[in-house]
Design a protein around this ligand. Structure first.
Ligand SMILES: [Zn+2]
Ligand SMILES: [Zn+2]
Length: 292
């Protein structure tokens, strides 16, 4: 499985001279499965660059949305494959029942916010209502869990050929109210994954002002990665005010934390263009994760 980050920023795009290295685009991650299937996690502005790459081919695309906030849908009208005649694109909504994120994704192409209407697209876009049933019938395994985030949403755990990742963004691990998902359940959900991608928008200086806003502290994600015995953790959904040098500091801090904790977890600070190849290894039974 190859995991590539196309947008790592939270809340809103943050282009400019202070974010050149980590990138200013909002949430989007591409999974290239061993089967050749393309799975796209979220449609923030990062999906534009991914779309330009995927438009060279004609394989089906599966888009899994965490939820419908702007920073997770705003790139969709600029996703080149939706303009490819006959290109098959399947979109799974984030919140079952009320289809809120799906409506948010499509509504931005109603002719007023964007000139092209969703109904005019030449691609074959289909939307799935019974998401879990659909996912249960795929060649790869997917589990979902409710996010602790205003308006709700889903985290995804995806496994293929003995390799596993968890994608958890816009999630507050210790919210002030009763959580949708408790901390022990998050530990269970992430247990032993090869790569955990988790929202780490805040530092301790952001608190208590932003407690309850639906995002996690870097220190909380460090703790989760340790408690769940993940192999790698990618700190993701960076605050738009976080500069490259701030993120360098965070990188040094997290490396020190995990080294002191025994060196069992490899930390990454997600950056646009970071691509990780995750391969199964039978012996010594530890999968390899390599930057490519
Ligand atoms: Zn977000
Ligand atoms: Zn959100």
């Amino acid at each position: 499985m190859q995991v590539t980050f196309y947008g790592v920023r939270g809340s809103m795009p943050a282009p400019g001279p202070t974010t050149v290295r980590y990138g200013g685009n909002t949430s989007c991650v591409h999974l290239r499965l061993n089967s050749g299937q393309n799975v796209v996690l979220d449609a923030g502005t990062g999906i534009r660059m991914l779309g330009n790459r995927l438009a060279d081919a004609d394989e089906p695309i599966l888009l899994l949305l965490s939820h419908g906030h702007w920073d997770h849908i705003q790139g969709y009208p600029f996703f080149a494959p939706i303009y490819q005649p006959g290109r098959e694109i399947v979109i799974c909504q984030g919140v079952e029942g009320n289809a809120a994120s799906l409506q948010a994704l499509i509504r931005q192409m109603d002719g007023s916010s964007f000139p092209v209407h969703a109904k005019e697209l030449p691609s074959q876009v289909s939307t799935i209502q019974e998401v879990q049933t659909f996912l249960d019938n795929q060649a790869f395994r997917t589990r979902r869990l409710n996010l602790n985030h205003p308006g709700g949403g889903y985290a995804y755990r995806i496994e293929e050929d003995g390799v596993s990742i968890a994608y958890i963004t816009d999630n507050e691990l210790e919210p002030p109210n009763v959580p949708q998902t408790s901390y022990p359940d998050w530990v269970d959900f992430c247990r032993d994954v090869d790569l955990l991608i988790h929202d780490a928008q805040y530092t301790s200086e952001d608190m208590p002002a932003k407690h309850g806003w639906g995002h996690s502290l870097i220190s909380q994600v460090q703790q989760l990665a340790s408690d769940a015995h993940v192999k790698n953790v990618a700190f993701y959904h960076h605050d738009p005010d976080r500069s490259d040098s701030d993120l360098d500091e965070i990188s040094t801090g997290t490396a020190g934390y995990f080294q002191t904790a025994g060196g069992l977890v490899t930390p990454w600070v997600a950056a646009e263009g970071l691509s990780l190849d995750i391969r199964r290894r039978q012996d010594p039974n530890v999968n390899t994760v390599q930057q490519v």
